[in-house]
Design a protein around this ligand. Structure first.
Ligand code: NAI
Length: 704
C-alpha cells in the first residue's frame, strides 16, 4: 500500500507510504484519490487528515518515474490529485513534517488547512532540475506567502524551515505549528474535528486558489527580479521562467495561471538543460552504487582518520574530515612540514571566518579535532589512513610498509596517488584487501570529486566504507579501476594533446581557451595548465617518453617548461601574469615561440574554427572514455559524466561529455573523428573510433 487509510473516531487518516520519501508516483496518486473517495462516501467520517509515514510528508515527484514520462503522465496526474483534495466535501487537513517539497508541497497547498511540525523543511526545488513547479506551486505559494517570499523560494529551490515560515507576518501557509514533532498527529486530528464542526453548516471550505495574489509595485518588481535572476541563471532558462510564472499568478485568474504554468513546465521538460540536469540527478545516485557491492555488504566503522603528508593535498584532505567532525592525526617527516601544513589549514579556516562562512566557535571545534605527529605509532588506532606524500613509488613503498607494521587489523589504507599503480602500492603490504585509492582533486577541501580506485584485491567492504565516508564528507565518489590516470586524468591527457596539436597547426593558446570557455568549460586547457602548474604535465611526459615512446605530442609545452614558465606560481606560463594577479595576459614571447616551433615542423599555419577546437577537445575525451568503458575502468557512462562535471569544470547544462556526445548523435561524433584522422598533423591512430563507439553507432544506441 502506498497510501494507507484508517479511520480514527470521526476522522479519516490518509498516510502516504512510499519509502524513502513518499514520492508521488502513480500508485501513490491512485492511493490518495481512492482514499479521498472512500472518506467522502463514509457517513461516519467528518474530516480527513493527510500525512506521510516515515521520514517525510512527501519529497515530491517519484524519481523512479523521471525517465518514464508515460507513467508520470498517467491519470490521476498530480494536478488531478490536488483537484480531488480541493473538491473534497469534507475538510482536508495536511499534516506535514520532516520534508515537504516539490509536488509534496503542491499537494499540501491543495488542502483546506495545513498544520506543520516544527523543523519541517519546506521547498519547491524544481528549478534545480531545470524546471518550474508544474502542479500549481507557482500559483498557490505566492497566495499564502506573498509574492516576494514565494519567488525567492521558487527561484532558489532552497528549503526553508517551517518555524521561519510560520512566523512570517500575514502568512497563510500554515494554520498551525504543532508544539513538537511528536504531537503533530494528535493536534492535526483535533484541528480536523474543530474545522469539521465549523463547517457542519455546509459553509464553503477555504481554498488557496481563492486568495488574492498581488504585488504593490507589480511591473517594476518583476522587471527587477527578472534582471537579477537573468544575471545569475547564465545558461539555464528555468530561473527566469520562475519569475514569469509567479508574475502570471498576479495577472491572471487562477485557472488561467495554472494552465500557463503547466505550459511553461512542459516546454522546460524538453529543453536540453533540463534533460542534462535530470541526467546528472540520476547519475549522481547511480555513481554511489557499485554493481557487485550490494547493500548486504556491511561497511567498516570509521571514527578516526590518519593523513600522511601535510602538503598541498594532505592539508585539504584533513580539512574534509575535520569539517565532518571526524578527528584527524596528520603525520609528517619533519616538524617544519607539520607546522606549515597546520598553518595552511588555519589560514583557510580563518579566511572562511572572515567571510562569515564559518563561525569562530566552529573553527575552534574543528582545529581541536586535529592532532599532529612525527611518529607512526600514533596512527595505531586510526580506522582509515590516507597517504598524500610525494608522487614517487619508492616513497610510497616506505610509507605503506610502515603502515602495514603499525595500523590495526581492519584499518583501511588509502593512497591519494594520481598516477601510480594502486595494485603495486597494495603489494607493499601483507593486506592488499585493505588498500584502496582515494584520489582527491586540488584544492581537496573544495573540489567535489573523489575517484575511488579499486585495486585487484580491494575488499568489497572497504569499497562500501569509502563510498559511505565520501558521502559524509560531501564528495561525489566515482569508482575507477586501476590504470594510468584513472578515469579523469587518462582522458585529460588526450584533451591536452589535441590542444597542443592545434597550436602547431595555427591556433594561439588564447584562441583555444576562448573557444572551449565559450562552450562552457570553466577554464581552457592553457589557463588551466598555468593554474595547476605546467611542470606537472612535463614530468608525466618525461615518464611517458620512456614508457610509451610511440605517443605523439606537440613539443610546445616542453619548450615552455624549458623556459621555466610553469604558470601562475612562476609569474609566467602560456600567459604573462602581473605580480600578485591572476589575469592571463597573452604573451608575445610564447606566441613567437609557438610560431617558431610551427615553422621548424614545416607546418603552414591555417585558421582553425572555434567549432573544430571544441570538437577536437571534447571528442578526444569521448573517444578515450569509450576505451575506458570497454576496459572496465569505469562501470557506466554516467560515472564518466560525473567525473567531468565535478572534477574538470565540464559545463553542467551539457550533462557531461558522454551525455553531450549522445545528444550530438554518436554517428556524427564518429564521422568527425574519421575526418580528424585525415589531418597529417594530428594523431591518426587515436582518432580511430573506439570499438564500443563503433558498436553503438551500428546499433543506433547511446552511451547513456
Ligand atoms: P606536496 O609536495 O605538496 O606534499 C607532499 C608532502 O608529503 C610534503 O609535505 C612532504 O614533506 C610529505 N612527505 C614526503 N615524504 C613523506 C613521508 N615519507 N612520510 C610523511 N610525509 C612525507 O605534494 P601534493 O601535491 O600534496 O601531492 C601528494 C600526493 O597527492 C601525490 O601522490 C600526488 O600525486 C597526489 N595528488 C596531487 C594533486 C595535486 O594537484 N597536487 C591532485 C591529486 C593527487
Amino acid at each position: 500500500m502506498t497510501a494507507e487509510y484508517k479511520v480514527q473516531g470521526d476522522v479519516a487518516v490518509i498516510t502516504l507510504n512510499n519509502p524513502p520519501v513518499n514520492g508521488l508516483g502513480y500508485d501513490t496518486r491512485v492511493g490518495i484519490t481512492d482514499a479521498l473517495e472512500k472518506a467522502n462516501n463514509d457517513p461516519a467520517v467528518k474530516a480527513i487528515v493527510l500525512t506521510g509515514a516515515g521520514k517525510a510528508f512527501s519529497g515530491g515527484a517519484d524519481i523512479r518515474e523521471f525517465n518514464d514520462i508515460t507513467k508520470a503522465m498517467r491519470e490521476p496526474i498530480l494536478l488531478s490529485v490536488i483537484l480531488a483534495v480541493e473538491n473534497s466535501r469534507k475538510p482536508v487537513v495536511a499534516a506535514v513534517h520532516s520534508v515537504v517539497m516539490g509536488g509534496g508541497l503542491e499537494l499540501a497547498l491543495g488542502a483546506h488547512y495545513r498544520i506543520a511540525a516544527p523543523g519541517t523543511k519546506v521547498a519547491l526545488p524544481e528549478v534545480k532540475l531545470g524546471l518550474i513547479p508544474g502542479a500549481g506551486g507557482t500559483q498557490r505559494l505566492p497566495r499564502v506567502l506573498g509574492v516576494e517570499t514565494a519567488l525567492n523560494m521558487i527561484v532558489s529551490g532552497e528549503p526553508v524551515n517551517s518555524d521561519v515560515l510560520a512566523g512570517l507576518p500575514g502568512q497563510k501557509l500554515f494554520d498551525q505549528l504543532s508544539a513538537t514533532p511528536e504531537s503533530l498527529m494528535d493536534e492535526a486530528i483535533a484541528l480536523a474535528q474543530k474545522v469539521a464542526a465549523q463547517h457542519a453548516d455546509g459553509s464553503a471550505l477555504p481554498l488557496v486558489r481563492n486568495l488574492p495574489c498581488k504585488h504593490p509595485q507589480g511591473d517594476a518588481y518583476f522587471q527587477f527580479a527578472r534582471n537579477m535572476v537573468k544575471g545569475m541563471a547564465k545558461n539555464f532558462p528555468a530561473p527566469v521562467k520562475c519569475v514569469d510564472a509567479v508574475e502570471i499568478a498576479t495577472k491572471y485568474k487562477f485557472d488561467e495561471g495554472l494552465a500557463r504554468e503547466r505550459e511553461i513546465f512542459t516546454n522546460l521538460m524538453q529543453t536540453p538543460e533540463c534533460k542534462a540536469l535530470r541526467h546528472i540527478f540520476a547519475a549522481e545516485r547511480a555513481a554511489s552504487k557499485i554493481p557487485d557491492v550490494g547493500s548486504d555488504v556491511k561497511p567498516r566503522d570509521v571514527k578516526t582518520v590518519g593523513v600522511i603528508g601535510a602538503g598541498t593535498m594532505g592539508g585539504g584532505i584533513a580539512m574534509n574530515f575535520l569539517n565532518a567532525g571526524i578527528p584527524v592525526t596528520m603525520l609528517e617527516t619533519k616538524q617544519e612540514a607539520l607546522d606549515r601544513g597546520v598553518a595552511t589549514i588555519k589560514k583557510n579556516y580563518e579566511a572562511q571566518v572572515k567571510k562569515g562562512k564559518l563561525k569562530a566557535d566552529k573553527y575552534e571545534q574543528r582545529m581541536a579535532l586535529l592532532k599532529t605527529t612525527l611518529d607512526y605509532a600514533d596512527l595505531k588506532d586510526a580506522d582509515l589512513i590516507i597517504e598524500a606524500v610525494f608522487e614517487e613509488l619508492g616513497v610510497k613503498e616506505q610509507v605503506f610498509k610502515k603502515l602495514d607494521e603499525v595500523a590495526k587489523p581492519g584499518a583501511i589504507l588509502a593512497s591519494n596517488t594520481s598516477t601510480l599503480d594502486v595494485d603495486k602500492i597494495a603489494a607493499f603490504t601483507k593486506r592488499p584487501q585493505d588498500v584502496v585509492g582515494m584520489h582527491f582533486f586540488s584544492p581537496a577541501n573544495v573540489m567535489k570529486l573523489l575517484e575511488v580506485v579499486r585495486g585487484q584485491a580491494t575488499a568489497k567492504d572497504v569499497l562500501a566504507t569509502v563510498m559511505g565516508i565520501a558521502k559524509k564528507i560531501k564528495k561525489t565518489a566515482v569508482v575507477s579501476g586501476v590504470c594510468d590516470g584513472f578515469i579523469g586524468n587518462r582522458m585529460i591527457e588526450q584533451y591536452s594533446r589535441q590542444a597542443g596539436f592545434m597550436l602547431d597547426e595555427g591556433a594561439t593558446p588564447q584562441q583555444v581557451d576562448k573557444a572551449i570557455e565559450k562552450f562552457g568549460f570553466a577554464m581552457g586547457p592553457f589557463r588551466m595548465g598555468d593554474l595547476a602548474g605546467n611542470d606537472i604535465g612535463w614530468a608525466i611526459r618525461k615518464r611517458r617518453a620512456v614508457e610509451r615512446a610511440d605517443m605523439k605530442y606537440s613539443a610546445t609545452a616542453d619548450k615552455l617548461c624549458e623556459l621555466g614558465r610553469f604558470g601562475q606560481k612562476t609569474g609566467a606560463g602560456w600567459y604573462d601574469y602581473q605580480p600578485g594577479k591572476r589575469d592571463a595576459i597573452p604573451s608575445e614571447l610564447v606566441n613567437k615561440m609557438i610560431e617558431e616551433h610551427r615553422a621548424s615542423l614545416g607546418i603552414k599555419p591555417r585558421k582553425i574554427s572555434d567549432q573544430e577546437i571544441v570538437e577536437r577537445l571534447v571528442y578526444s575525451l569521448v573517444n578515450e572514455a569509450a576505451h575506458i568503458l570497454e576496459d572496465g575502468i569505469a562501470s557506466k557512462a554516467s560515472d564518466i559524466d560525473m567525473v567531468y562535471l565535478t572534477g574538470y569544470g565540464f559545463p553542467i547544462w551539457r550533462g557531461g561529455p558522454m551525455r553531450y556526445a549522445d545528444q550530438v548523435g554518436l554517428f556524427n561524433v564518429a564521422e568527425s573523428m574519421k575526418r580528424f584522422a585525415r589531418n597529417p598533423n594530428d594523431d591518426a591512430s587515436f582518432w580511430e573510433p573506439a570499438p564500443l563507439l563503433k558498436k553503438l553507432v551500428a546499433e543506433g544506441k547511446n552511451f547513456n
